[in-house]
Design a protein around this ligand. Sequence first.
Ligand SMILES: C[S@@+](CC[C@H](N)C(=O)[O-])C[C@H]1O[C@@H](n2cnc3c(N)ncnc32)[C@H](O)[C@@H]1O
Length: 365
Amino acid sequence: MNINEVFTLRNRIINGETIYEMSKLKPESIDLIFADPPYFMQTSGVLNRVEGTQFHGCDDDWDKFTSLADYEAFSRNWLTQCRRLLKPSGSIWVIGSMQCIYILGSVMQSLGFWIINDIVWHKTNPTPNFTGSRLNNSHETLIWAVRDKRAKFTFHYKTAKFINGGKQLGSVWRFPVCSGNERLKDSEGRKLHTTQKPQALIERVLLISSNMGDIILDPFGGTMTTAAAAKKLGRQYIMIERDKDYCVHGQRRLDAVEFVDSDEARAVFDVKPVRVTMQEMIQAGAFTVGESFTLKDGTHSATLLEDGKLSYNGGIIDMHTCAARAKGLRAERVNGFDFWYVMRNGELVSINTVRENYRRMMILQ
Ligand SMILES: C[S@@+](CC[C@H](N)C(=O)[O-])C[C@H]1O[C@@H](n2cnc3c(N)ncnc32)[C@H](O)[C@@H]1O
């Protein structure tokens, strides 16, 4: 296998040391990076709940560094690799908590990354502060950045708006922490990984900043949440993780994931409408020669001809001029798609809707 070929590594988990493995990949070969690096939490990891049970936070070996300088040097090395691997139009998301996000952001800026947004992941069910000694820590931060200021990156603005119920999507995202069935368990039934991220959070990242078929790299794979999101949304992935056990469980998780097609996954809201002609739609069966075009109230019937024109009041004219005449407007021409209706399943339907459905069908083919 040619180790430089990103192609051969697509949809694979690489079990190895991330900086070394990234150094083997081709420059400018990755569309999007989602990185959830060690936090350098510096805690003992065990906290006592009020009722006496123990909560196990993150005190894993992979989160240990000798000093802040050591952590910063590690961060600089892997982020340097990320910058080398990103396509000029690619972007990177880095998630972290208060312990590490400032160092990560500072290193990113010093390497030349240009920050697009920082997003607050507001945890709707955070771990309580058991001792009541400080505020309950209920968020993490995601930094979204590009290689440099001039980079033209993917952002599906309308898709983001759609998934936010029609309102412009802001930079505070509310998601619960990963729990219940979503949480991977080890053979003893304990949680496999201390910091498994909710898949919905990463799905949102992929939906708004990547396209179908894009290659997504996650240099700190863990339970392979990024790959699960990528596979579900029709993206490709390259995952790197040094812990063999996480890789094995992660692969099992991925084997059970199936692609789910949707308008959001294809970002159809952000795709510029393709130009389609009446003749093309007639040929495809979206309209039928000889059918009636009427105004919204069902009056002023015109007949559709083979070349897409309308037969109206004894003459043959294009549908835009015809619409202006039927409406009795002063303008010589208007957009016929705003005025004409056809009968579908016993109801009058705008020809614009018929055209939109046709476009959608074309995109999904
Ligand atoms: C914060 S966790 C990622 C969790 C992941 N996002 C998920 O949802 O499961 C960081 C992961 O990086 C891995 N890791 C840490 N240092 C690494 C390194 N130098 N090379 C490869 N993997 C590393 C750890 O084993 C750990 O699973």
